[in-house]
Design a protein around this ligand. Structure first.
Ligand code: DAH
Length: 347
């Protein structure tokens, strides 16, 4: 009996470590310890063992059974480990750097905004900020925008429900309507109300209009506003500043021209075009880039500046338009999609 048990264990020790699948394991297990298994058959022989030898033989069989079970357990654990490893796939070292871990880049709009602010800071302009949720007062009234001006239309401007309260952001509170600012010109008013001239600010920021999105429109986009207030400011100063900033940003060959226009907050008012035929994907000789003019005396009166003493200029332009020109981007929607194939081009 002892020899038989030893032989059985040796056979199992040779066979079980080579088993790789659960079905093979189950059939091997049945062959050893199943109802018709080899160990089971040996155990059944106990009946034929003389009575006095039974305790010793029983001990031998129990030991053999224990060892065989340990071998089976080890084989099953090994198979389960292999199954789990197969499910997990190749080993991963979570401490390794990611394959696509290049440094991030600044968004092209951020780059153009920062560059414009840098160019303007060089000539004394300070960056000013204002809220995107505005009241009609700052966005329209104080900017001398007539009550029936199309820019105020509900079709063009996002108004908040009149019952809503948005904190103490407004000069006039009672009956005031709130809106998402349609232009950064509201910051002109906020800045002038804060203190006396001289003033020299640049204010980049997000603006909102009820536009249907297409290649050149977006319901929210970005503008950059400038305001200069001092004594004896002239259109010539305005033209010189615009020449300087566009030549700095787009190259010295860039020229600007003014076309007469109407804005309530400037008089005279102009639209600004620039030559950009040296830039990528531009096939027109002149491109419209923004609006400007000399601050209207009624705006000075609204903020308590004496228009007999103070003069100034203001201008505003779209940052997307500028970035599109600079980089040859032909669809405004690329700016907002966060597609890395696009963003990576502005490293
Ligand atoms: N606010 C105008 C717009 O959104 C742009 C503009 C025109 C700004 C003339 C100015 C200005 O400061 O003087 O279209």
């Amino acid at each position: 009996m002892q020899d038989q048990l030893t032989a059985l264990l040796a056979k199992a020790a040779a066979e079980l470590p080579a088993i790789a699948s659960r079905p093979d394991f189950e059939s091997a297990k049945a062959r050893y310890v199943g109802p018709n298994g080899e160990l089971t058959a040996l155990m059944k022989q106990m009946g034929t063992v003389p009575k006095e030898q039974r305790p010793a033989v029983g001990k031998l069989i129990n030991e053999a059974k224990g060892r065989l079970q340990a071998q089976l357990d080890a084989a099953l654990a090994r198979i389960a480990d292999a199954e789990l490893a197969a499910q997990l796939g190749p080993p991963v070292d979570a401490s390794l750097p990611a394959t696509d871990a290049g440094p991030g880049t600044r968004h092209p709009l951020t780059q153009v905004r920062e560059e414009m602010c840098r160019i303007l800071r060089k000539v004394g302009f300070a960056v000013a900020d204002g809220p995107e949720v505005e009241s009609e007062y700052y966005c329209f009234d104080a900017l001398n925008t007539p009550i029936d001006h199309p820019a105020r239309d509900e079709k063009d401007t996002f108004y908040f429900p009149t019952t809503a309260r948005f904190g103490n952001i407004s000069k006039k509170v009672a009956g005031e309507k709130y809106l998402l600012r349609t232009h950064t010109s509201s910051v002109q008013i906020r800045t002038m109300l804060k203190g006396p001239p001289p003033i020299r600010i640049v204010s980049p920021g997000r603006v909102y209009r009820r536009d249907t999105t297409d290649a050149t429109h977006s319901a929210n986009f970005h503008q950059l506003e400038c305001l200069y207030v001092d004594r004896n400011v002239t259109v010539r100063d305005l033209k010189a500043l615009l020449d300087y900033i566009f030549a700095s940003l787009l190259g010295p060959e860039t020229k600007t021209r003014f076309r007469p226009h109407y804005f309530g907050y400037t008089e005279p008012s102009f639209e600004v075009d620039l030559t950009a035929s040296h830039l990528p994907k531009v096939n027109k000789p002149w491109i419209e880039i923004g609006g400007c003019g000399m601050v209207d005396p009624s705006v000075f009166e609204a903020v308590g500046y004496d228009p007999e003493i103070w003069t100034g200029y203001a201008f505003g332009m779209g940052l997307e338009r500028l970035a599109m020109l600079l980089y040859g981007i032909d669809d405004i929607r690329y700016f907002y999609q966060n597609d890395l194939r696009f963003l990576k081009q502005f490293a």
